[in-house]
Design a protein around this ligand. Structure first.
Ligand code: NAD
Length: 264
């Protein structure tokens, strides 16, 4: 087999439909020779994920809700049975109640704080615990984050706090797993219109603001995130761990509104 990802087997969590960032990454990895396993969350998404898996010749590793430990265990048991080992995992999973992705962070409830941090942050550690056992030849763990972890963003609220914790967990996991040659990194994607993003208040305004003010004067696509993911999932980045890498048309270097950008 030929290709950057030839001989590599990876699990991808977070494909909901063909607009998912996880789908952009899955396509790029498969096109470069990786063998993939996909999961779905809940019956409603199964019928969307099945044809997408077929398109890439990916294995269906089962239903996976990260709040259900048994479903996570079952997915890794299936991978151990079918493959015996694992080279990479992509974690593209996040959730918060829509009501709290609007208005003020200070109004966050304890229940939604716990739920958001559990699904959007702890689940990556839960995945790492299980992947470690199967990454006998080293490996690459990759998660998805957003600039709202570093700076205040309107409406991002508790999700920004969860992403900050996720980025910190990337560093702690990288230090723990480094001696096994398991690398842990995050991609910080610019705003992209997906199912999850539709829950964020005024998301169109955020997209437009990024388009007008990023150095490349545009937003990014799931295929661009996928291409950047190849570097972290392949041996090209074998010397890199604990990194948060921005794929955002350069937006994170900008300090203020561009003087040429029109008011919106
Ligand atoms: P998406 O809706 O396509 O994907 C989100 C996925 O999370 C879905 O597949 C959903 O099933 C899964 N999920 C939610 N709760 C789950 C649970 N309890 N168990 C298992 N899976 C669960 O949206 P997306 O934008 O592609 O999101 C993927 C990742 O990218 C998320 O971590 C998101 O925060 C991050 N991200 C998105 C953007 C953006 O603008 N879209 C920007 C930066 C980072």
């Amino acid at each position: 087999a030929k290709g950057l990802m030839a001989g590599k087997r990876g699990l991808i969590l977070g494909v909901a439909n063909n607009r998912s960032i996880a789908w952009g990454i899955a396509k790029a990895a498969a096109n470069h020779g990786a063998e993939l396993a996909l999961t779905w969350q809940g019956d409603a998404l199964k019928k969307r994920v099945e044809p997408l898996a077929a398109e890439l010749g990916a294995m269906l590793a089962g239903e996976c809700d990260v709040t259900n430990t048994a479903s996570l265990d079952a997915v890794f048991a299936k991978i151990e049975k079918e493959w015996g080992r694992l080279d990479f995992v992509v974690h593209a999973v996040a959730f918060s109640d829509k009501d709290e992705l609007d208005g003020r962070y200070v109004d966050t409830t304890s229940a939604n704080f716990d739920k958001t941090l559990n699904i959007s942050c702890y689940s990556f550690t839960a995945v790492a615990q299980r992947a470690e056992k199967l990454m006998t030849n080293g490996g690459s763990l990759l998660t998805l984050t957003y600039y709202g972890a570093e700076k205040w963003m309107p409406h991002y609220n508790v999700m920004g706090v969860a992403k900050a914790a996720l980025e910190a967990s990337v560093r702690y996991l990288a230090a723990d797993l480094g001696e096994k040659a398991i690398r842990v990194n995050a991609l910080s994607a610019g705003p992209i219109k997906t199912l999850a993003a539709s829950g964020i208040g005024d998301f169109r305004y955020i997209l437009k603001w990024n388009e007008l003010n990023s150095p490349l004067r545009r937003t990014v696509t799931i295929d661009e995130v996928g291409d950047s993911a190849l570097y972290f999932l392949s041996d090209l980045s074998r010397g890199v761990t604990g990194e948060v890498h921005h794929i955002d048309a350069g937006y994170h270097i900008v300090g203020m509104k561009h003087p040429d950008a029109p008011d919106i």
